[in-house]
Design a protein around this ligand. Structure first.
Ligand code: 6PG
Length: 229
């Protein structure tokens, strides 16, 4: 695990979008495929719109989209991370439907997690990988130091085998579907999209030695981490 790279930016949206586009072009040049995990919440929305604006010329048929986590709601629900990505990015680029791996928030969480696990495993098998390897995996953080839907004190933090898991979050009294540390830490590049100066104290807490925050568990085995602040 290399030392995390901290990038302080004065134009978060433009720099985040450029980071994604640069990663895409490098992966496509190197491997003819770009596997990108989208993060949810509000921060990435304008970034995805900028990627759609600047990246329309990308070979979207060679780009695969996954989701780091999803709320257990239907895809048309305003809480859906898929809906947010669809409206800001996916509807604005010519990506084949089969290239977008949607977590089915509308079905039983355990079934949705299992289905997603199988979908990723099928690609990993074709690629000769032990587990699916993202070229770029985007993450956000919450004020409690959670990332994806790996919230403090929840069961998913302890998963060491599965890649995708259902996770009951008592703090929100809700179920989520989330990537686990094994899948996140198999990525080539992880980028935390922070963008909000109010989150800097929790970022410092995450980067501190022996941090208790869930986001501190993101340590790609053969990859690197960038914090866009
Ligand atoms: C989610 C996320 C979550 C998010 C952080 C930050 O489903 O909410 O994946 O991990 O990235 O909570 O959210 P904001 O960008 O809205 O602050």
């Amino acid at each position: 695990m290399s030392t995390p790279r901290l990038v302080h930016t004065t134009d978060f949206v433009a720099e985040a979008a450029q980071l994604i586009l640069d990663s895409a072009r490098a992966a496509l040049a190197g491997r003819g495929l770009f596997r990108l995990a989208l993060s949810g919440g509000n921060t990435p929305r304008p970034v995805y719109a900028k990627v759609a604006e600047l990246g329309r010329d990308l070979p979207w048929d060679k780009i695969q989209i996954t989701f780091g986590d999803e709320r257990c709601v239907p895809p048309e629900d305003e809480k859906s991370n898929y809906r947010m990505a669809k409206l800001s990015l996916l509807d604005a680029v010519p990506i084949p439907e089969g290239n977008v791996f949607r977590m089915k928030g509308e079905i039983a969480p355990a079934a949705a997690a299992t289905q997603y696990e199988h979908q990723l495993a099928a690609v990993a098998a074709r690629m000769g990988e032990e587990r699916y390897v993202h070229d770029l995996l985007l993450l956000g953080i919450g004020d409690d130091g959670h990332t994806a839907s790996l919230f403090p004190g929840t069961t998913a933090l302890h998963e060491t085998t599965r890649n995708v898991i259902e996770n009951y979050v008592p703090q929100l009294d809700t179920n989520r579907i989330t990537f686990t540390y094994p899948l996140i830490n198999a990525a080539r590049h992880v980028v935390f999209l922070v963008g909000n100066p109010k989150k800097l104290p929790v970022v410092e807490g995450i980067l501190a030695p022996d941090s208790p925050y869930p986001a501190a568990g993101v340590k790609p085995v053969n990859g690197d981490v960038t914090w866009l602040l």
